[in-house]
Write a protein that binds this ligand. Structure first.
Ligand code: ZN
Length: 118
């Protein structure tokens, strides 16, 4: 997964939705990908520099895909790429992966005090 491209896409979406208002907070839902939240948060802050999104609080909601194992019956969230090919519990390969890998900008918080300001 390419965290930089992801971060830039999130910032671009937030800037578009803010429509010129100053953004104080972002809530982003990231499904599927085994990502490093710190890297994504940092990437967003870097990409946001100089935009209305700069200095906003970033709230990442991670929704990992789950792996369902037919061998031990276990169901585990996927935390790394290895779990995509073998059950994290028993190492079995008779597994089914479910979930989606959508990245969604769930909401933005805008600074309403700037609305109507001179
Ligand atoms: Zn298993």
């Amino acid at each position: 997964m390419h965290e930089t491209g992801l971060s830039e896409a999130i910032v671009a979406a937030a800037v578009r939705r803010a429509a010129g208002r100053r953004v104080t907070g972002l809530r982003v839902r990231i499904g599927g990908h085994a990502i490093d939240p710190d890297v994504v948060t940092q990437g967003i802050q870097v990409a946001a520099a100089g935009t209305v999104v700069a200095d906003s609080a970033v709230d990442l909601v991670l929704e990992p895909m789950t792996v369902q194992c037919h061998e031990c019956g276990g169901s585990e969230p996927i935390r790394d790429h290895l779990a995509m090919v073998a059950c994290p519990r028993c190492g079995g390969v008779d597994i089914e992966v479910s979930g989606n890998d959508d990245v969604v900008l769930e909401s933005i918080t805008v600074d309403s005090r700037t609305l109507g300001a001179v």
